[in-house]
Design a protein around this ligand. Structure first.
Ligand SMILES: C[S@@+](CC[C@H](N)C(=O)[O-])C[C@H]1O[C@@H](n2cnc3c(N)ncnc32)[C@H](O)[C@@H]1O
Length: 338
């Protein structure tokens, strides 16, 4: 039976998941997926939540489409902010089912080497099975080391693009900054860290960002500056990516809606300052009324509310096109230029 996975996934990845799920009851996968979500919600990590091949598959069917959507969205924002960045090597730390590799290859087709690390044997085996069905040789040739990142990281080679996607929250909180240093030491070009778009996920991203800026990292995205994050009063920087939910994806998740919105926080940090202008970041969906468009922006001077009046028809129309997460420019004459 076809798993009918979301069309947003690359077809070779979808086909691999289909093959892996053949002959396995959706009902059983749904039960496992619910138990895994419950384990994560109660604060357990992947080591406790995913203890068998079927657990790994249930996790991938339920969560991979959303983390893939988040990683793709972040890498697209990175590419937009750093148009000349052309990584050849990629390191995926806490790679799980290999999600970020697929997103990276989709975004940066010039990648020639993918290296993954994770300590979960079941997720690693599933990832290798999926990667072996990749349409491009770079996916099929990926290497995947199994082990604890704290122990393995010294032995790894630095990559042009290093990513830790939905991983940092599973590492010991008291050692967050040690892990930040370790990830940074394995980054020859740009480091991307993605966390769930919750206050706690954002707090981790913010600490890591601040620590590594202190080690001379430059922020590529989402912030248009390297200053301390200006958000205050319990506010948190996060973004949202909508993805289609297929019938089976919904069934494994026990969900009725035909879509879901994945919320995530992230930062992309570069070893070198990019010689391109940095653009303001839209921090929430603009509020549109008949008279005004009001947009919350992160700017080099802090958080700003941009207000466009309908009386300035061109600006009003432009601002209406802005979307949460966009990088935008406000020209000196007040005209918008997303
Ligand atoms: C929530 S999953 C995210 C997987 C994948 N990066 C994604 O975006 O879909 C977290 C992953 O981090 C891995 N992980 C957690 N702590 C780890 C550690 N100390 N060393 C290696 N991997 C770890 C888990 O095994 C799991 O695969």
């Amino acid at each position: 039976m076809d798993t009918d996975l979301p069309s947003d996934l690359p077809s070779d990845l979808r086909a691999g998941l289909d093959r892996a799920a053949q002959g396995i009851s959706r009902h059983a996968l749904g039960r496992r997926s619910a138990a895994i979500s419950q384990a994560y919600r109660s604060g357990q990590g992947s080591a406790q939540a995913i203890q068998s091949a079927d657990d790994a598959l249930a996790y991938a069917l339920a969560r991979l489409p959303a983390t893939f959507a988040a990683a793709s969205s972040v890498l697209a924002a990175l590419k937009e902010a750093a148009p000349d960045f052309a990584p050849r090597t990629f390191l995926d730390v806490g790679a799980g089912p290999g999600t970020a590799c697929w997103a990276a290859v989709g975004c940066f087709p010039g990648l020639t080497a993918l290296h993954l690390v994770d300590d979960n044997v079941h997720l690693r085996l599933l990832a290798l099975r999926l990667l072996s069905g990749g349409a491009v040789g770079t996916l099929r040739d990926a290497t995947y080391r199994q082990g604890d990142v704290g122990q393995l990281i010294d032995a790894l080679a630095a990559a042009d693009l290093t990513i830790a996607s939905y991983v940092v929250g599973e590492l010991p909180a008291a050692r967050l900054l040690d892990y930040a240093d370790a990830l940074w030491s394995k980054t020859a070009g740009i480091l991307v860290v993605i966390e769930p778009g919750t206050p706690a996920g954002f707090a981790r991203v913010r600490s890591l960002r601040s620590h590594l800026v202190g080690r001379h990292a430059h922020v590529v995205a989402p912030c248009p500056h390297d200053h301390e994050c200006p958000l205050a009063g319990g506010d948190w920087c996060h973004f949202s990516q909508r993805l289609n939910r297929s019938r089976d994806h919904g069934r494994v998740k026990g969900a009725a809606l035909s879509f879901e919105d994945e919320k995530f926080s992230y930062v992309a940090l570069s070893r070198v300052a990019l010689g391109v202008p940095r653009r303001d970041r839209v921090l929430a969906s603009p509020r549109v009324t008949k008279a005004l468009v009001t947009t919350k922006l992160c700017t080099p001077d802090g958080v700003a509310m941009d207000v466009a009046s309908r009386r300035d028809a061109d600006t009003y129309r432009e601002r209406k096109r802005w979307r949460w997460g966009d990088a935008v420019s406000r020209e000196a004459d007040g005209r918008a230029n997303p």
